[in-house]
Ligand binder design. Structure first.
Ligand SMILES: *Cc1c(COP(=O)(O)O)cnc(C)c1O
Length: 217
């Protein structure tokens, strides 16, 4: 099942697109099956669950933090993840800088955009992104490599398009600023139901759970 789903998905998308398999609620056996089928990037939403999973799987891969990152979990997160996709506040940036400096590493990060402007959702509002980019750019131990957005959840993926377009425009604008410590490489948008629209609108990273592993409930 998982192997077939991965095979189909990889056939369906351009080669330059990175698939991040969203591993929340999945078992070690399931993510191992996805790895065997060719997935090399996995996303996790929770630091503790990621820690348990990463210590048990029989492969080495790239792990992305795709859930909201609490400041008291930053130190652990830096030991686990190759990329943090969900940077969304200056306080979080400062904590990552401090801990990464202590660990003597530089961590690639994406800024999460709350493109749907939904209350109580993580991510920065589009009008607040520049301030956050300036903060990241000023720090040595974070390297800004792009943007991530969830967008509102819709049944019809077409409804996501305006949110992906807005995020891509922000991406292109930041790319043209040529800031230090900033290299806009990754635009992470689109999930199981919306990845085609996201790729249409410039995504080169998609985060897919249900389509690979089946529904969560
Ligand atoms: C769960 C999750 C996904 C994948 O969602 P599916 O609809 O299962 O593909 C993508 N991004 C984030 C941040 C997630 O938490």
């Amino acid at each position: 099942m998982i192997e077939k789903a991965v095979e189909q998905l990889l056939k369906d998308i351009p080669e330059y697109v990175t698939v991040v398999a969203a591993a929340k609620t999945r078992t070690v056996a399931e993510v191992e099956a996805a790895f065997r089928a060719g997935i090399r990037h996995f996303g996790h939403n929770y630091v503790q669950e990621a820690q348990a999973m990463i210590s048990q799987v029989n492969f080495k891969a790239n792990w992305h933090m795709i859930g909201h990152l609490q400041r008291n979990k930053v130190n652990a997160a830096l030991h686990l993840f190759n990329l943090i996709e969900t940077v969304d506040s200056i306080r979080l940036v400062k904590e990552i800088e401090k801990r990464a400096a202590q660990q003597e590493k530089t961590i690639p990060v994406l800024i999460e955009i709350n493109s749907g402007r939904e209350e109580n959702k993580s991510g920065v509002l589009p009008e607040q992104v520049d301030e956050l980019v300036q903060a990241v750019s000023a720090f040595e131990h974070l390297h800004l490599e792009g943007l991530m957005t969830m967008g509102p959840r819709f049944g019809d993926p077409e409804e996501s398009r305006p949110y992906f377009i807005e995020t891509r425009r922000i991406f292109e604008r930041l790319e043209n600023l040529n800031l230090p410590n900033v290299q806009m490489r990754y635009l992470s948008m689109g999930m199981s139901n919306s990845y085609r629209v996201a790729i249409d609108e410039g995504a080169n990273v998609i985060r897919v759970g249900t389509l690979i592993f089946g529904s969560r409930d």
